[in-house]
Design a protein. Structure first.
Length: 436
């Protein structure tokens, strides 16, 4: 490392807490203000941050960078790092762009291999932390992402898949490792993320059923960064349908890219993980995680994080300024928050119960990389405190090259946390051992 680079990193290194390897527990200091900002060099298991509305930067105070990650093979000895007391192992490897991973009612794990246009099922039958079954459940899909079982509960009859331009379902019963029937199209005209069919922009379509099974929620990201023309029709929102695909309505709008959806086990509220807009500098606009208010407006493209006007749309829609909802948890800008899940297992320490875990895919347009990790969002009585905590890190080399990008998160039947990594084609397993 050059002397100049060492000097550039020194302020960040001094700001970094000595929390590496800290296990869960009260009394940890929360970084706030400028101290809460950083990059991969300041990440460590147990580091806790809180970004508030008062911390928002001024638009264009820094230029908007073009800093795509250089993806490399996992270096020898490189391994994800979790807090003390947790062990990280490989659960499955040699996958093709593994994204969303979902636990079936019987404990099987279904994951979307988006670039391969298929859904795979994994089964750890003997509880040794490795799948004895790895079967392709369905092929011929179109950039599949979200997966959901219907009806909610222990005995589903269908498996739903979110293609980039449609929602389809397959007949399913517990234990199936191959689709027993053809895909039936439930919603055929979701705005596409495929340029070849007149779409483009954000392509992921996550799925979630309401707890009563009466509504199917579908996340649809924007086509553009900040445009407000007709091409954004039915985009940047969470749509709702009846389970048969009929009766379309809008659950919430103004959400630039609501990538992941999940339901809190107790409050039954829907939550989403959101990629916000680019082009305003390194520290705008914060990505976020929030519960979803029915009928709520979250600002895009005219406002952000409450009544902050995007300067590229100055003077437009003043009637919406005071209607823009401030999300529950502000993250660092450009972290690319993707999937999320609530911890409903029993094996982690009790303070993790019903906390939220989210995958941060990592920045591409920030001068210094941020993200490339899994975070924990503490909740109290079902409500976020506004803080988030590094849980699984280590996917970036000291030189800034990237060998892993967390994409999906799920809780296995044994209580371990499973993390898909679409850069290395791996599913990582994080289990609590209790060893300090």
């Amino acid at each position: 490392m050059s002397p100049l680079l060492r000097l550039a990193l020194l302020p960040l290194a001094l700001a970094a807490p000595t929390a590496s390897g800290d296990g869960p527990g009260p009394g940890r200091r929360t970084l706030t203000g400028k101290e809460a900002l950083g990059d991969w060099t300041t990440d460590a298991p147990g580091v806790r941050r809180k970004v508030t509305v008062d911390d928002l930067a001024t638009p264009y105070v820094t230029p908007s960078a073009n800093n795509f990650p250089r993806i490399i093979p996992r270096p020898e000895g490189a391994w994800p790092k979790a807090p003390a007391g947790f062990a990280v192992t490989e659960f499955a490897t040699r996958l093709t762009e593994p994204r969303v991973i979902v636990r079936a009612p019987n404990g099987d794990l279904f994951l979307s291999e988006s670039r391969a246009n298929r859904v795979r099922v994994l089964r750890d039958a003997d509880g040794d932390g490795k799948p004895e079954v790895s079967e392709v459940f369905a092929t011929g899909l179109r950039r599949p992402f979200g997966i959901a079982f219907y009806p909610p509960g222990p005995d589903p009859q269908f498996l739903y898949v979110g293609n980039t331009d449609s929602v389809v379902r397959f007949p399913y019963k517990n234990g199936d490792t191959k689709a027993t029937g053809e895909a039936a199209t439930i919603v055929k005209d979701i705005p596409s993320g495929n340029e070849r069919v007149g779409g483009g922009g954000h392509w992921t379509r996550d799925l979630e059923f309401s707890p009563d099974g009466k509504a199917l929620y579908v996340s649809v990201g924007s086509r553009s960064n900040v445009d407000d023309d007709a091409r954004e029709n039915r985009r940047a929102m969470i749509l709702a349908f009846d389970p048969d695909g009929k009766n379309e309505r809008v659950l919430a709008r103004g959400i630039r890219n609501p990538v992941g959806l999940a339901t809190h086990p107790e409050t039954k509220q829907l939550w989403t993980s959101v990629n916000e807009r680019d082009g305003l500098g390194d520290h705008l606009v914060p990505d976020y995680i929030t519960h979803v208010e029915e009928g709520g407006f979250y600002g895009w493209p005219w406002f952000y994080i409450g009544a902050h006007e995007d300067p590229r749309h100055k003077g437009k829609h003043p009637e919406l300024k005071d209607k823009t909802i401030v999300p529950d948890v502000l993250l660092q800008s450009h972290m690319a928050s993707i999937d999320l899940t609530f911890y409903d297992g029993e094996s982690f320490p009790k303070e993790f119960r019903h906390d939220l875990f989210a995958s941060e895919h990592g920045s591409w347009n920030r001068a210094r990389r941020t993200g490339y990790k899994v975070i924990r969002v503490p909740l109290k009585d079902g409500k976020a405190t506004g803080e988030y905590e590094d849980f699984l890190v280590g996917f970036v080399t000291p030189e800034g090259n990237v060998w892993g990008r967390p994409a999906g998160v799920a809780v296995a039947r044994d209580g371990s946390l499973l993390v898909t990594d679409d850069a290395s084609g791996t599913v990582w397993r994080v289990a609590y051992t209790g060893a300090k």
